[in-house]
Design a protein around this ligand. Structure first.
Ligand SMILES: NC(=O)c1ccc[n+]([C@@H]2O[C@H](COP(=O)([O-])OP(=O)(O)OC[C@H]3O[C@@H](n4cnc5c(N)ncnc54)[C@H](OP(=O)(O)O)[C@@H]3O)[C@@H](O)[C@H]2O)c1
Length: 323
């Protein structure tokens, strides 16, 4: 089928496009940058220039492409630095999640598109009460740290907009990415001992190898029913567990430990929350309903691979992926 991938040149898009092409789909892949057009063509796609915030251009591009499915992978996180001013760092991404989503949905409607798959996020948006692992049915955090409130509002907005639209809308809540092109800044922070364990380190994180996120996206495009899916690995883990493990795996010294008051000074309330209070996510629904399995079932193997290949290119374990 014809698949329009908006934001095809990013961490997920670059891994998704070749998988779609390998499955026989015709892929229209967008970027804002002329320099990246050839790279997208080399991945097997028809490249297209597009600014997702230009409603008219989006409408024209989608109508011209006549896709069966639109995939929204537009974020603006490449220059993100630190967690302290969280909403400020996510401001452009939040625009892409609100205005950018509206533009693509309006275009999809005008073009008579059947399916719409959108990138969302799971982890810190989960309610921070009760058990350590949340499903898609658990509420999002009704009282997020102030610094994350605009970003959570944008996530709520995009999810509702897609579920309410006259398309088969699928929301993929990816966990935290790692893998090729997806975790270099994190690895660098850990290598330089700039990412300490704050307080108890009891915040629970759900990771996903970027290739598993891409495989889940192919499954959603091909056979997903409308709804929300957590796309995470099988092994939600506390910061106090995964951070020293990552340091050891990449040959760095163990992370420093700092008290909460010092963590708050450096990373603000949002940073402290992510280190001490957030909940992880279950992938049971995606496994069951998308017939998808992460090849990298745990970040434990994935992080080791980051060290040995530099980027975690080859899954050396796990069942074959469904897509
Ligand atoms: N779940 C997660 O943990 C998660 C999710 C997303 C990203 N990240 C991380 O964030 C870092 C940066 O992500 P990234 O490499 O994907 O880069 P990014 O800067 O977030 O860009 C993602 C995609 O959005 C496109 N884009 C940005 N602004 C746009 C606009 N106004 N109109 C149309 N398209 C637009 C980019 O295209 P052009 O710039 O080519 O136009 C690119 O294709 C990576 O480390 C990644 O792992 C993590």
């Amino acid at each position: 089928m014809r698949v329009f991938v908006a934001g095809a040149s990013g961490a997920i898009g670059r891994r998704l496009v070749p998988r779609l092409v390998a499955r026989g789909h015709e892929v229209i892949a967008t970027t804002r940058s002329r320099d990246k057009l050839e790279q997208l063509r080399a991945l097997g796609a028809e490249p297209a220039l597009l600014d997702g915030l230009n409603a008219l251009a989006v409408a024209e591009a989608v109508v011209r492409a006549e896709p069966a499915v639109v995939v929204h992978q537009m974020t603006a996180l490449a220059d993100m630095s630190g967690l302290r001013n969280f909403d400020r760092g996510f401001a452009r991404t939040n625009e892409l999640r609100t205005r950018g989503t509206d533009n693509l949905l309006a275009a999809a409607k005008a073009a008579g598109v059947r399916g719409f798959v959108i990138q969302s996020y799971t982890g810190w948006p989960n309610i921070r009460e009760g058990g350590p692992i949340k499903t898609e049915q658990d509420p999002l955090d009704p009282r997020p740290p102030k610094a994350q409130s605009e970003t959570l509002a944008a996530i709520r907005y995009l999810e509702q907009a897609v579920l309410d639209a006259p398309v088969e809308g699928i929301v993929l809540r990816y966990g935290s990415f790692y893998g090729p092109g997806a975790s270099d800044p994190l690895v660098e922070l850990v290598r330089r001992r700039k990412l300490p364990i704050v307080g108890s380190g009891a915040g629970v994180w759900s990771w996903i190898h970027v290739d598993d996120a891409a495989a889940a996206t192919v499954a959603a495009v091909e056979r997903g029913s409308p709804g929300i899916y957590n796309i995470v690995d099988d092994d939600p883990a506390r910061v106090a567990e995964w951070l020293p493990y990552l340091a050891e795996a990449i040959g760095a010294k163990p992370p420093r430990k700092v008290p909460v008051w010092l963590g708050r000074l450096a990373a603000g309330e949002a940073g402290v929350s992510m280190m001490t209070r957030i909940r992880g996510s279950s992938n049971a629904k995606a496994k069951r309903d998308l017939e998808w399995e992460p090849a990298w079932r745990s970040w434990r193997q994935g992080f080791r691979q980051l060290a040995s290949t530099g980027a975690g290119d080859q899954p050396a374990f796990g069942r074959a992926q469904a897509a």
